[in-house]
Design a protein around this ligand. Sequence first.
Ligand code: NDP
Ligand code: ZN
Length: 183
Amino acid sequence: MRDPASEGIGRFVRALAFAADKHRQQRRKDVAASPYINHPIALADVLVNEGDIRDPVVLCAAVLHDTIEDTETTSAELVGHFGERIAAIVLEVTDDKALPKAERKARQVAHAADLSTPAKLVKLADKICNLRDLLAAPPAGWSAVRKRDYFAWAAQVAAGLRGTHPGLEAILDGLLARAGELD
Ligand code: NDP
Ligand code: ZN
């Protein structure tokens, strides 16, 4: 019989393969149009290697976090492949695309504190990765003002995520403090 650690690795690699397939046609918004899957992988890297998180439920949710929001993936599909818990976390971090963008951003701020702990960990990693991208490989055509607006919004979301993981929160705070470098 397989031990729990190898079960976890098996499920994590299945989630990676699933996300890679779902995002296969997509690119990030940076000038080089990086493959989209680099971003979910970056979240897992942050959680494992900077946050020391080993819970396969959190790591699977991290690599799957944009599948419902940005691809045709349904929650039923995630339940079928990865179970109720992982699907529920992905749903928690999925914006309602029927709402206008400004409303979606306001809701992320309003609801951050109400998320489950696994969903907060995924959110922390997502914000860390997006702020790093804005500093190192920002979306093509974004002005300094737009990037700073994004940092200001991310700081509001981060406020609702406090008390979840001091190490990841310190990394996020360190990035938020670099808004002045944006040009
Ligand atoms: P978007 O939500 O359109 O883009 C940011 C998102 O893109 C990130 O959260 C990330 O989401 C994803 N992303 C993909 N590639 C990158 C990358 N290289 N670096 C960082 N993020 C990346 O933009 P905004 O957050 O600015 O929201 C749009 C709102 O801003 C609208 O309401 C619009 O009207 C307004 N707007 C504001 C302007 C301004 O100057 N402030 C100008 C024009 C519009 P994920 O992790 O989910 O992939
Ligand atoms: Zn994301």
